[in-house]
Write a protein that binds this ligand. Structure first.
Ligand SMILES: *Cc1c(COP(=O)(O)O)cnc(C)c1O
Ligand code: SF4
Length: 360
């Protein structure tokens, strides 16, 4: 009797990954702040894939990719108002692994394990605790809840990274959920394409192609144009060619992508790779991540500049997930200046004024 789902990560793959500071020091020389990082109960494990390590410039201590994966002692500091669960996901949990925050969609935490841990991870309360994949009972509970709540139209298969599960485990998990709700759109939320693209095998794609009732969407996270390598692009193309559209959710990160130039390049490259830039997230108030957060005013300035430079297709929605489970809100300057005697006053992107009367 199979009680739990099998994890894909093979021994060789794990053996090639970096999981201690000592191993890391053989690759790059660590700064004092990086050396001083202390692993404690709340901290995210250190895990960097060999593939991603090779994308990092060992000579640049401020490398945008290095900052996303090399821990620093800044993470050991708890910033004001920070906590491990700012989105109040625990409060909104309906079954063991199912978060129901918005009427029409739910998030199912397939596993807490990732192929590599992002230092800016917003789900620290859960990620990398080594609980492993959801149990069969947890999947059955979620399936039951989905059956009873027909207002739910989309399921986010997330975590952790659901693609750390073996193909057969994924297939079993998806079939249980699909059987309960054949009409449910499933979003596969993963960073695997950016951190271990070789995981995207033809067999994995076949698993998803077997389920024909409702569409899948691939939700990826690229934060910097250098992550969009030939291999990563090919990995995404496998999904897209199989009829699974791809969307990108970036996080606005201090010292990584907090510039209109970097994000302009990233978004245009994404569109070229047939990946729609969907969200650009303002950093959540998660414990130990203050070093990554960008002041809102700067974020809004970048948003304004991107809106001027990018096509509608290439432009993501800049959004914040508000503390205490407030939910997502778009962040965008207003282009409306006023309303008087039935006439609206607008500011154009170039800063000019235009009048727009309501119908009389
Ligand atoms: C972000 C999120 C969703 C999806 O929101 P969209 O705006 O539809 O992308 C669903 N559930 C939870 C808990 C979320 O955090
Ligand atoms: S891949 Fe996602 S869940 Fe995993 S560490 Fe990164 S942000 Fe967190």
């Amino acid at each position: 009797m199979q009680q739990s789902f099998i994890i894909y990560l093979t021994r060789t793959f794990i053996e090639m990954s970096i999981c201690t500071l000592e191993q890391l020091e053989n690759k790059i020389s660590l700064t004092a702040e990086e050396k001083a990082w202390k692993e404690d109960k709340l901290s995210l494990p250190l895990l960097i894939t060999d593939y991603y390590m090779n994308l990092i410039d060992p000579k640049d201590v401020n490398d945008s990719l290095r900052r996303q994966v090399v821990p620093s002692s800044k993470e050991n500091r708890l910033g004001p108002l920070e906590n491990p669960d700012p989105l109040a996901e625990l409060e909104n949990s309906k079954t063991g692994r199912l978060i129901h925050r918005y009427e029409s969609r739910v998030a199912f935490l397939a596993t807490d394990i990732c192929a590599q841990y992002c230092r800016h991870c917003f789900r620290r309360r859960f990620t990398g605790n080594m609980q492993g994949p959801a149990t069969r009972d947890e999947v059955l509970d979620a399936a039951e809840y989905l059956k009873e709540n027909k207002k739910i139209k989309e399921l986010l298969l997330t975590g952790g990274d659901p693609l750390t599960l073996s193909d057969s485990s994924l297939e079993e998990m998806v079939s249980i959920l699909r059987e309960a709700r054949p009409d449910l759109i499933i979003r596969i939320c993963t960073r695997m394409v950016a951190v271990q693209p070789s995981r995207i095998t033809d067999n994995l794609i076949k698993v998803f192609k077997k389920f024909k009732s409702a569409p899948f969407y691939l939700m990826v996270q690229f934060n910097h144009p250098r992550e969009l390598t030939e291999q990563a692009t090919q990995a995404c193309a496998k999904f897209i060619d199989a009829g699974i559209p791809a969307m990108n959710q970036s996080v606005l990160l201090n010292g990584v992508n907090d510039s209109a130039d970097v994000l302009e390049e990233l978004c245009n490259a994404l569109v070229f790779a047939r990946i729609k830039p969907y969200y650009l997230f303002q950093g959540d108030l998660v414990s130990g991540t203050s070093g990554f957060r960008v002041p809102l005013e700067k974020g809004l300035q970048i948003e304004r500049e991107l809106r001027r430079r990018l096509s509608g297709l290439a432009m993501p929605v800049y959004a914040a997930d508000l503390p205490q489970g407030g939910g997502k809100v778009p962040l965008c300057g207003s282009y409306i200046e006023g309303f008087e005697n039935g006439v609206w006053t607008f500011r154009t992107l170039e800063g000019e004024r235009r009048l727009y009367p309501d119908p009389q």
